[in-house]
Structures are given as C-alpha cells and as structure tokens.
Design a protein around this ligand. Sequence first.
Ligand SMILES: C[S@@+](CC[C@H](N)C(=O)[O-])C[C@H]1O[C@@H](n2cnc3c(N)ncnc32)[C@H](O)[C@@H]1O
Length: 426
Amino acid sequence: MADGFYAMTEDSGSFTGIYSLDHPDLFHPVAQVHASELVKLAQGQLGPNDDSDLLSELEREGFLAQSSSGEPDPKIVQTLQALGAPFRWRVHPEHLPILEKVRLWHAHRKLFVFEFGQTPCLPETVLCRVQLATETLPAQAKVLLIGDDDLMCLALAEMGFEVTVVDIDPALIDFIHHRCQTDGIQVDARVQDLLQPIPEDMRGCFDLVITDPMSFEGCLIAFLSRALAMLNDEGVVWTCIHPLAHQLFSKVAQVLPIAVDGHAAYLSAYYYRRYEKNTYRSDLFRLKKTAKALPYGPEETIPFEAITEGELTATRHGYVTCHLAPKNETEQDAHPLAHLASHATLSQGEGHFHFAQTLKEGYLTGAMNPKRTQLHMQLFPFSETQEDQQSQHVLRELQVLNHKVEYIEAPFLAPPIPQIKMSNKS
Ligand SMILES: C[S@@+](CC[C@H](N)C(=O)[O-])C[C@H]1O[C@@H](n2cnc3c(N)ncnc32)[C@H](O)[C@@H]1O
C-alpha cells in the first residue's frame, strides 16, 4: 500500500477500507468480500505482483506503492516517532536500536481491526516493559503475552526470552508469524480466545504472564484468571490498571488469588487507531499468586458477557458527565467545541468530538457524543477541586451551552495506593 495509507476492517463492513494519514477525511471503502486481501495488503503480505481483484482496483485508484520493497511506511514511522517523543527519555540509551526496530514493526502493520479492544501501546512503552523484564527476570525466562497488539513478543524474543503469545485476532497472529520469518525471530504465536478452556500444555508453566485488559471489573477478572492459571508457582503476572481505577482494582483483588508485589505508576502510554494521540495511561502492577481458588478454572469456558459488562465510568472516579439538551438542528457549527480552539486541541473520530487541554500540571480531556447530548471530561492527574473548577471553566466557554447543562456529576477518587518500587530479580 502506498505511503501514508492504512486500512481498517470491522465485522459490519461499514468502516472497512483505506484511510489516509495526510487526508483525515479520505475513506475508500472496500467490499467485505475483499476484507482478507485488504488485511494482507495492509500488513505487507500481498504485493503489486500478486493476482487479486482488489489490487487491480486499488492500483487504478493510486493506493498501491510503486515498488514492493518491503520497507516500513516512512510517514507512519514519523507519526509514531512524534507520538512517542515525550516518552523517549524513559528508554535506556543502549536500548535505542531495539526501540527503532519496534517502531518499524508497528509501521509495517498498517491495519486497525475495529473489534477486539485493540489500543496498541507506543513503542516507547513496549521498551519500558521490555527493560523491566530484563531487569527483573532471569535470562531465558518463559514469558506469555495474553493479547499483543503491541508486538512486545518480538522485542522480548530479541532479548533472549522464550516467548509465547495468544491472541483472538488471526490477522495479528499471522503478522507476528510473518515478522518472525522475515526477521529470524522465534515466537510461539497462537490464535486463541481466552474465554475458551486453556490448552493443557499451557497451564501452570510461565515465569511471567503479561496482560493488559480494559479496566472493567469483569474483564480484569477474566483476563487475570487466565493469566494466573498459566503461571507457574513462583511466577509473576504483570497487569495494567487505569490510574483512576485503583478502587475497582482493590475490589477485583478480593476475588482473585493475588498479592500485589510491585507497582510502576503511569508506565504505559498508547496510541489510538488512525495513529492518533491517546490520553489513556495505565499503571503496571506486579502480582504473585496466592493459594485461593480461581474465579474461573482453566477447564471452564468464560461467558462473553463477563468481559463486556460494566464500564470504567461505573466506578465513579473523577469523571464529569454533562447531559446536554438536544442540539438545535438548524445550527451549522463545524465543530461544537470550536470555541475551545484557542487553548485546546480539537479532533474528531467515529463521530465523537474530542478536546485535550494542557494545564499547568497534567491535562484535561473531553469527548462529546455524535448526537451532542453528552459531554464527558476527565482530569489527569485527578484532583477533585481542580476537576470541578476546570470543568466549570470549560463549560462556561462552551458555546455549546446554548444547549443547557442539565446535570453534572463530579464523583470522587479512591485514596491513592502507595507507590511501591519494583524490586530487582524476583
Ligand atoms: C489485552 S488488550 C490490550 C493490549 C494493550 N495494547 C497493551 O498495552 O498491552 C487487547 C489485546 O487482546 C486481544 N484480545 C481481545 N479479546 C481477546 C480474547 N477474548 N482472547 C484473546 N485475546 C483477546 C486483542 O486482539 C488485543 O491484541
């Protein structure tokens, strides 16, 4: 695919097609029957010389690269570099060559799959995690990744670990196999739905299991049950928790056989599909297994609803929700938050309107739904009084308030948990 273009696929087919980094409004739809060819093309596994109906169509439209050199897309490399620049200081200088490699791997995969909750972490975060692994684990330790849209498996294998990855996404696993073959890397990568019983050869055998579920109660319990079942008795699990979800995590910790063994605050930063900045951050927790029984045994099937019910906001932690009166349909404003443009960054994705404002300490982010009836705001790091002040300030400035605010909720945060330093060699 030509430089600066990338693909998205999803079940319903309405977003399946080609997008452009340079022209955010460009969308070239691709029929669902060609979705698997599009995936291969976006991941560099289909070249202009292959015989395919899709390729002929895309060639006519100018979406195909002139040569099939197999080079990573320079525009995407640049975009990822810019997104990661604020976090680069966390990468040890001796690991910079591997950081470059991780970025190139990410730039080779010009694909976003709408389903599966994929939000890759930035290459700089991948390196932070890999560094932590090299500092705290014996060489050649057996590492399992449950879900790896971050492509951390490739970097860990390069560092000498024996790596296994399971993911529900066949396109991702295919890409990992392809990269392993091209770059001479050894990873055991398997398509596997973690809701299904765990294969016997994977139970109780890993020194480290890494999993980063969404910070919802059911999702954490399901992913962590699986991680613990695959861990050996001396092993550790690393999981990632949204900094505002510690209260929720304390609740989850009561039903799981775990003891918190270490905590690294704000370790992970992510990017969103379309290579957009993502303000989501997470803390890394190191967990040890205790003797208590697992909520889901390894032979049990976990119901799908267990990982989809509940949401982060349900934990009431410093999240302002404004319910706005319905929009006056005759109004023709381009971006309903445009009045914030002088001191905030505005963007739009999948119909939602977003803003992000850098404050003296931290930042405020917000999103308005496509119907313009709800506005959510969140302040990082959380401060109850500041959040109230800041959100009131934003609300005053919003011309959108000819839609009146009907209700504002500014709930509280659980007491912060103490910062625990990761100790060396577990
Ligand atoms: C675990 S999450 C978040 C990973 C995150 N980017 C990180 O920082 O570690 C998403 C990953 O899990 C995978 N995934 C989602 N549902 C899954 C399931 N039921 N079984 C196995 N993998 C799943 C997704 O395809 C994706 O690669």
